[in-house]
Design a protein around this ligand. Sequence first.
Ligand code: C2E
Ligand code: CA
Ligand code: CA
Length: 751
Amino acid sequence: MSEEQRTGWIVGATFAALLALSAALMAAFNHSVHVADAFTRKDEREMVDRYLEGRVRTVIIGQTGQLVWDETMRHAVARTDTNWMDRELGMFPWTNQGAQETMLVEPDGTLVRGWRQGHYDPAYPYGPLRWQVEAALDLARSNRRISGAMARFERRGGTLWPVDRRGAPLTRWASSLIWRGGRPMLLTVAAIVPDRDYALLKAEPRYLVSLRVMDSQVLRALGADLLLPDFRFVSRAPRDPALNILARKSADGRPVGYFVWTAQLPGPAIWQAAAPLLATWIFLFLAVLAGGVMIVRRMRDTTRHLQASEAQAQYNALHDPMSGLANRLYFAERLRGELDIVIAQRAQGGQGDVFVAYIDLDAFKTVNDTMGHHVGDELVTQVAQRLRDGLLRTDLIARFGGDEFVVMRRTTGGLGAANALGRQVVGLMAEPFIISGHSLGVTCSCGISWGPGQTEDADELLRRADISLYRAKQGGRARYRCYTNGMEATERLARELELELRRAIAADELEAHFQPIVDLSTWQIEGFEALLRWPHPQRGDIGPGVFVPIAEQCGLMVPLGTWMLRRVFTQCRNWPACDLSINLSPIQIMAHGFVETIQSLVEETGISPRRVILEVTEGVMLDRSDNVAQSLRTLQGMGFRIALDDFGIGYSSLSYLRSFQFDRIKIDRSFVQNIEADHDAQSILGAIVALGQTLRMKVVAEGVETELQRRLVHAAGCELVQGHLFWPALPADQACALLTRNAADRMRQVI
Ligand code: C2E
Ligand code: CA
Ligand code: CA
């Protein structure tokens, strides 16, 4: 887990804990409020209950004057003085005690006499009441409610009755709520007992039953006492949770109705009181949460930023910024790693090699020098893209700087696989590159080595690929070479020659030799091709085929070419009339200021440009922009003729002939040498000569060594020839001497 994740976890857990704690606190608080509410409800109910009980007790106590009185006792037993009873048990309770109805009943509930609103009612509707009265009597008898402090029960006549300390019987009573005529009423029953002559109590006494209406007025008065403004009595319990309810049962336990009032709960008040505190808490919680989130986010951003820049730095350290390919460091590291893996696999009986292809563009320096660095940069980018697109996804491609690319491929197959890789790489550059409107035919050379088949050392592997590349370059453009053991010595020699060549140019040790070009129609020497010679003091003569490529690669070609032009122009300006062909390296022509150089050489030496034929190879046509063609046209304008050299090898095609108005085409030696065996070559030569005539280009056959070749090229229409059949390249004095002699005679002698 990363540091960032860990912090995230800790902060997250803290918040979760904080949140849980807050929720628990809230729940606890809410629960307490509920509990407080419940307690309050219960308290209210108890208060109401006690209060109502007190009210009933007050009613009973209010009646005590009638109930606990020898007089009433006697009348109730005798029942003879109805006037007395009507006055004391009917009218008095109605007028003084608010009893709408009263009844005198036997202990078994039988009605003795009933009064309504103070008056005796002979048809008193006792029927519907009776069971309620009987239930109330049972309740009263069950001893629960006794007015006055009870000391004991005493048997008085036929009954066991409660008496106080003095022996005075106590009135037993009970109450219940009933519905009568759709109105709630308080029903009370109370025993009639003597107050002095206790002996009057001989059997269970009679009871006085009273009914008092609990109308809204009464209830309102009760509510005012209880400080419950909406106190009321209803037959069905309401569902409103804001209300508090006290259920009432009749004396025999049946539900009668409910006292209902708005509960004076503390909950809302508590919430209200706690609100600022809660709000503060929530605010603080949110603030802490927001702060935490911000901190985590900031941390995460910072970490990401750091990681990104770290990754970027690491990427930069291992990649080439221009091409986006791996750099030398990364490549070397991976190469070592892959080699180790393959070596380990081989030890287990595995197969395979790590192949390294060292790639170098053939004319990069020329492109850079002649077209500018931005074109060079774009070329590098496009080459990188081609390699990426064209090679295997598993290949590692690197740029070592400049126009040097290196590819690493892991596969089996030894030399065969190396050849395949080389062909693939070279093939990828076959199509021209399009850069800022220019079409550049840039090819590449490639050197390949592999290990552990050839060597187990990564550095050595790279070095050998580099040597192979060098050899491929020497062989010409668009070639690849696979490393062989013999290369080592040759490569060493090349490095030595490079140093010595510099010295030789500086010491003017080189020479120009001249090979005659013969006109077969006149048998005259028509001109000479000037060829570089290097008589090396220790190594003997070294041919231009060896040192010209070295000069081209190490940047010596321009000074060497200029040296050669000056030498030829100087040596030949006084020769009898003849043409002089001079080879130009593409590097020379593309070099900045070449036309000016040659111009100043003409002025310096006084040679006539009309005598001079400049030989260029198709390599110069690689810049398909107008630059080279423009230079060549300028040179033609100055009087020089231009020959296309080495025609018939490599990528030569007839299309080159149409791309520029050459004055000559020189058929390559290898083509001429094929002509004896290959009939197609003959007819192709015929076609080239015919095309040359159409395009007004003379055709020269090079390297004619045999009489048969001479005949065949002549038969094909070629009139100018050069080759060992006539003369090899000769030192300047000998060539000049040839001219002054009757060359034609000499030739007839030779042939
Ligand atoms: P190239 O321009 O094709 O020159 C002709 C080459 O063919 C010369 O080789 C010449 O000696 C050789 N040759 C001519 N006739 C025969 C023949 O019948 N048989 C055989 N086997 N060879 C024949 P050389 O002198 O070794 O030059 C090799 C190449 O070096 C030239 O090929 C040319 O590309 C380059 N080179 C020579 N001198 C110069 C120079 O002053 N500047 C430049 N840029 N390149 C030069
Ligand atoms: Ca030539
Ligand atoms: Ca040639």
